[in-house]
Design a protein around this ligand. Structure first.
Ligand code: ADP
Ligand code: TYD
Length: 212
């Protein structure tokens, strides 16, 4: 065994948040592509995952769904997502980009009627990301961009709910939990700002680990 080799440094955990149609998937995929071209190991993931937990609640327990049951379902799905996928990738030095994370639970399940502090509480043990970016956009424009493309959760795609969700995301920005980017601009302009934030995190991490 080579005892002189340094263990791989922990990767970077990045989250993209925003209402449906704000551009999360487009930006996440572009980031993966460009970070990979720069030589980083980068991996895309998303929530809710395709786990049995979410599927069973959506099918067998469909009649009982409410914001409390949804918050607990997504929180459980998340803890398993972290243990089974996110953490192992980070331990292997990957930059992990997650399309949605616990901020989605806070925004959507609170907008649907659950108390915000309780939703935060049930997600207390979910791994904190290194950077959580919120793509801010007017719901009318977001829906226009989405067009007729299908959603896995059409029940969350109505304009009134999206407006309430946006208000809660903005509250999380105010609390310093999310960094906001104006997502109503062109793909290139939005991407430019996201990449700048991510690269500055990556650089400060490299500096910290090489100086410690
Ligand atoms: P989300 O993952 O947040 O639901 P998507 O990335 O799927 O959003 O984007 C929804 C649609 O809007 C896609 O057709 C995508 O090509 C387009 N889109 C994404 N970002 C922009 C942008 N900044 N300007 C114009 N169209 C965009
Ligand atoms: P999806 O089709 O993946 O939409 P998008 O491309 O915008 O991510 O659907 C995910 C939906 O689930 C979305 O409307 C937000 C909702 N959601 C919650 O309500 N709570 C959560 O914790 C998460 C992760 C998602």
């Amino acid at each position: 065994m080579n005892t002189t080799s340094t263990p791989p440094t922990r990767g970077l955990f990045i989250v993209l948040e925003g209402i449906d149609g704000s551009g999360k998937t487009t930006m996440a995929k572009k980031l993966i592509e460009n970070l990979s071209a720069m030589g980083y190991r980068a991996s895309y993931t998303y929530e809710p995952t395709d786990s049995d937990i979410v599927t069973v609640v959506k099918t067998r327990y469909k009649a009982y769904r409410d914001p409390y049951i949804d918050a607990l379902t997504f929180a459980l799905d998340r803890l398993i997502h972290v243990k089974s996928k996110i953490k192992p990738l980070l331990d292997n030095g990957y930059v992990v980009i997650s399309d949605r994370y616990f901020y989605s639970s806070v925004a959507y399940q609170t907008a649907c009627g659950a108390p915000m502090e309780w939703v935060i509480e049930v997600n207390k043990w979910a791994l904190r990301p290194d950077l959580a970016i919120y793509l801010d956009i007017d719901p009318d424009l977001a829906l226009k961009r989405k067009g007729t493309s299908s959603s896995r959760f059409p029940e969350f795609e109505n304009i009134e709910l999206m407006r309430r969700v946006r208000t809660i995301y903005l509250e999380l920005v105010k609390r310093g939990l999310l960094v906001m980017i104006d997502a109503s601009r062109s793909i290139d302009a939005v991407y430019h700002d996201i990449e700048k934030l991510v690269l500055s995190k990556l650089t400060s991490k490299t500096t910290t680990s090489s100086s410690s």
